[in-house]
Write a protein that binds this ligand. Structure first.
Ligand SMILES: Nc1ncnc2c1ncn2[C@@H]1O[C@H](COP(=O)(O)OP(=O)(O)OP(=O)(O)O)[C@@H](O)[C@H]1O
Ligand SMILES: [Mg+2]
Length: 940
């Protein structure tokens, strides 16, 4: 290592140091912080100050010319050396936003310990030891042990889910191309860097699909259009420029700034990274954005369930407390304590644990089927998916596009379109996709026959490019014949390609024809493109499309005098050179996969940017109905009503722009549908982000992968049917828990109201017994993710339905109250346990056992719509869990722990009464279930 490079490598760090030392430790600010805020708040505020400073510096940099900017960032156009990059990586840390890092273990522990349920346990525990003269240690110890157990189990579950999420994220990587060199004097090479390895000063390449890896200043741009919807919600891309700008308007007015997370929609360029990780603009809004972005069907469902349960709890508990106070059964503080314990009984506080357990299990299951779930909650949305919108290439068709025909405007085989297409595909730097690859492959073969493959591209110098975009659907390069290999091109390229400046445009054939005024005939002569000829060419293209061929048009325009710059408006008055036809055959598995999705009641719609005829042909081949097909233009000219109808009935939508793809997804969602979107292109990113579940593939563009929730390691619809089934199992086991827990807890709570009115002088169960009951039941429920789900349940999409949940709770819940009432009657009248003092232990113990047993046994009835054990049995884990809970409940009164809880050993005959009650209860629930299914048409 030379001393020169060492000096240079140290410079950046010290310069940035100086910058930071001004910002992070301004003495008065720090002192003020210390005086006013807690250490955690102080840290957060310091971070905010640092970020603001970094953003100010970014805006400041926007006004620098490129050389000054690079000097300021201690880098140059060749990029960083490996050593500089390594030093900066140590200094600034990996390029990760703090908000997306997993919480530390102590944060999880703190959250687990401060859950309302846990706080209540502490309050109840302390209430036994704080009143002087009434200190009761055993219940205190018991409640504290309960607190410990609940905290540890919640903490372990949270740790498991965090590490599973991290494992899944580690399977998925995002990249960017940066220029780096080994030493200062070495040649700079573009290298594929993982996004987390990008550091300030890195010089990165921008092509369509690139996601800005940090906050950057653009130093070179050619028709660079950047999508900022991830930040601003605005779907129209913004034109970016290179070079100094007036920065007085702020960050969004500086057209040379590319912010982290935004992406290149079209065009090419180079940018230098200024800020990374927590210093970026997006890091300040990351948590807000993630909140906004996560309102999927699942999240909406969970929110609704939470509010519903809170509503029910508050209503019933208020009723109990008021009745107790009214009858003077307890003093207000004990009534409140009892009320809170009852609330704990109703709330399924294991819900987050059960949901997480289910999600983790499902996500890890999907990895086996070669799909990575980026956001584990998406797994439920896949199960709920009713419509899958998909693009066409690589999904329905193979990812192996082959060029099979190159024809002129007369339909005769001609090498000119291929050679021109080849020049265009090789020289364009923007979006190179499988069509370009197919052209290059075919041209290489074709040219090889003529022995001139090498040198053709060298013979032409690209002087300008008008990059591809999905609105124009074409790309142009402007070339000049170079001097290095005089003869090489002439044999291949049509006569019109001479030594002049020529623009070669290739793209969707309809668009190319619209902008052409002449064509090259069989003799190589340019003729006027009449209406008649146009119809003839269109007819020829239709025929190729009907054979399943994708067709691109190629046209040229010659400039006698080179222009200073070229843009879209120059793509006019062109000479149509001919067509390139590609074979894009459907995958063998597509028919089966579509059928599988249909069997799972998932409707498939194809949303493509490609031509209508070829899309219809492919869809027909794979079994997608093609009776209602629409093109983007048709949709545009429709009234709102017509559009709604078209989106509803249509199965194939062609020639769509990226915004139209998103509009269709949005519209389906507004009709209450859960929508999935499968796509891999830049043009799919908006729709992917907007869908309830965005699905992309590992080979996709970075922007599509970024927007997706699930990444398939193989682009196959077959994986999707596994994903759908897994999602539905996850949903099934979650909803089972919610319905079972809430309905039986609701029943118990309702029985408490009945008891409060019936025998106002004492409580049917003590607060501590409610908590014990609740805890035993919850332990048995932790086995729920391992339960099996009936095949019939997996047949249709399942989504959260709050009305259904409410109906379930109020219809099934109170059934248990009937038998609770019967136990109360036996206790009061047969045994005479009604003094609320000497016989209180008997009364409360017998109801404790009865309520725990009914609640646990009923799990087997509620978990399936079929006849339990005979037609559908739970998994062994659930059988074991519920069995042990029942045994524990019955044994408890005989143990010292039982007496601690105030339990008494009840007469053997009372067990007989309880079992009889339970038997009758099971019969009634079976009957109730049959009626419920008949009326509501569903069970779970
Ligand atoms: N490399 C290219 N050069 C020129 N034109 C292209 C190129 N790639 C695509 N096009 C044109 O743009 C249109 C839309 O692009 P594309 O087919 O990739 O859209 P899409 O919605 O992703 O379709 P698909 O469903 O097939 O993936 C194509 O039909 C084609 O006419
Ligand atoms: Mg595509």
């Amino acid at each position: 290592m030379s001393s020169k490079s060492l000096t240079l490598s140290l410079k950046p760090a010290s310069a940035f140091d100086a910058h930071e030392s001004q910002t992070s430790k301004p003495v008065s600010f720090a002192q003020r912080l210390k005086r006013t805020f807690s250490p955690a708040e102080r840290k957060r505020l310091e971070e905010v100050a640092l970020r603001n400073e970094a953003i100010d510096m970014l805006v400041n940099c926007a006004s620098f010319d490129t050389d000054a900017l690079l000097a300021r960032l201690f880098t140059d156009r060749q990029g960083l050396t490996s050593e500089w990059a390594a030093e900066r990586l140590i200094k600034y840390g990996p390029n990760i936003i703090h908000a997306t890092k997993p919480p530390a273990w102590y944060t999880l522990l703190l959250l687990a310990a401060t859950h309302p349920f846990q706080i209540l346990l502490i309050i109840l525990a302390c209430s036994n030891v704080v009143i002087p003269g009434n200190v009761n240690w055993p219940p205190f110890v018991y409640l504290m042990l309960m607190f410990l157990f609940a905290t540890v189990s919640r903490f372990v579950q949270e740790m498991k889910s965090t590490s599973a999420a991290q494992t899944l994220l580690a399977l998925y990587k995002t990249h960017v191309i940066a220029f780096r060199r080994v030493l200062k004097d070495s040649l700079s090479v573009p290298c594929k860097l993982e996004r987390s390895a990008v550091v300030p000063g890195d010089v990165i390449q921008l092509t369509a699909g690139t996601v800005f890896p940090g906050d950057c200043i653009i130093i070179s741009a050619n028709d660079l259009m950047v999508g900022e919807s991830s930040l601003t919600g605005e779907s129209i891309p913004v034109q970016k420029t290179a070079g100094a700008v007036n920065n007085s308007g702020g960050i969004f007015d500086c057209t040379n700034i590319g912010l982290m997370g935004t992406n290149v929609q079209s065009g090419v360029g180079v940018a230098v990274v200024v800020n990374t990780g927590d210093r970026t603009f997006i890091s300040g809004v990351a948590s807000e954005l993630s909140k906004k972005g996560s309102r999927t069907a699942y999240d909406r469902g969970v929110h609704q369930v939470t509010y519903l349960l809170l509503g029910i709890t508050v209503t019933l508990v208020t009723a109990i407390v008021l009745i107790d106070i009214y009858y003077g059964k307890q003093d207000p503080s004990s009534a409140f304590e009892f009320g809170v314990a009852t609330a704990c009984g109703v709330l399924p506080e294991m819900l987050p644990m059960v949901i997480n357990g289910n999600l983790i299990k499902g996500s890890l299951e999907l990895v086996k089927h070669r799909a990575i779930v980026k956001q584990i909650s998406s797994i439920q949305n896949v199960g709920a998916m009713e419509v899958l919108c998909s693009d066409k290439t690589g999904t329905l068709t193979k990812d192996e596009v082959v060029l099979i025909r190159s024809v002129n405007a007369d339909g005769n085989v001609s090498m000119a379109p291929l050679s021109l297409g080849f020049i265009n595909s090789c020289l364009q730097e923007g979006l190179k996709n499988i069509l370009d690859e197919a052209i290059i492959d075919a041209a290489a073969e074709g040219f090889a026959d003529f022995g001139v493959v090498n040198g053709v591209v060298d013979a032409y110098q690209c002087i300008a490019e008008i990059p591809f975009d999905f609105e124009r659907r074409c790309v142009s390069v402007v070339v000049e014949k170079g001097s290095t290999s005089e003869d090489s091109g002439d044999t291949m390229v049509a006569n019109s390609v001479s030594r002049e400046t020529i623009m070669v445009c290739k793209g969707a054939v309809e668009e190319i024809l619209t902008h052409s005024t002449s064509f090259i005939d069989n003799n190589g002569l340019a003729c006027a493109l009449t209406q008649e000829k146009l119809s003839e060419i269109t007819e020829m293209i239709h025929e190729m499309n009907n054979d399943g061929l994708r067709v691109l048009g190629v046209a040229t325009r010659t400039f006698a005098i080179p222009k200073a710059g070229y843009s879209k408006v120059d793509e006019n008055d062109m000479t149509f050179q001919g067509c390139l036809a590609f074979l894009d055959p459907p995958k063998e598995t597509s028919v089966e996969a579509i059928q599988q999705l249909r069997d799972l009641a998932v409707e498939v719609k194809v949303l493509t940017g490609d031509n209508l005829n070829v899309s219809v042909k492919i869809c027909r081949d794979v079994g997608i109905p093609v009776t209602h097909v629409y093109s983007g233009n048709q949709l545009e000219s429709m009234s709102e009503k017509e559009f709604e109808n078209a989106v509803e009935v249509g199965t194939v939508f062609a020639k769509l722009s990226p915004v139209q793809k998103r509009q269709i997804v949005e519209h389906l969602q507004s009709k209450g549908k859960v929508v999935g979107f499968l796509g891999d292109g830049i043009n799919d990113a908006l729709a992917l982000k907007c869908a309830d579940v965005g699905i992309s593939v590992d080979m996709a563009t970075e922007v599509a992968k970024d927007a997706a929730d699930i990444i398939l390691l193989e682009k196959s619809l077959l994986i999707l049917s596994h994903a759908v089934r897994t999602g539905r199992i996850v949903y099934g086991n979650t909803v089972k828990y919610i319905k079972m827990a809430t309905s039986s807890n609701f029943g118990n709570c309702f029985s408490n109201v009945v008891a409060a009115l019936w025998f106002p002088s004492f409580q049917p169960i003590s607060a501590i017994m409610i908590l014990t009951n609740n805890m035993l039941y919850d332990i048995s429920q932790t086995t729920m993710p391992w339960d099996s789900v009936d095949e019939s349940f997996l047949e249709i999409p399942r989504k959260w339905d709050i009305i259904d949940l409410l109906m379930f709770i109020v219809s099934i819940g109170p059934l248990s109250s009937l038998f609770d009432a019967s136990t109360f009657a036996i206790n009061l009248n047969y045994w005479g346990w009604n003094d609320g003092v000497d016989t209180l232990g008997f009364f409360q113990t017998s109801w404790f056992i009865e309520s725990l047993l009914t609640q646990t046994i009923i799990v087997h009835l509620l978990r399936t719509e079929k006849i339990p054990f005979i037609q559908s049995a739970a998994s062994w884990q659930v059988l074991l869990g519920t069995g042990l809970t029942c045994v524990a409940g019955m044994v408890l009164p005989f143990t010292p722990m039982g007496s601690l809880l105030g339990m008494a050993v009840i007469p053997a005959i009372q067990y007989g009464f309880i079992f009889m009650n339970i038997f009758l209860y099971v019969c009634v629930v079976l009957g109730g279930k049959a009626i419920y299914i008949r009326v509501r048409g569903r069970w779970l």
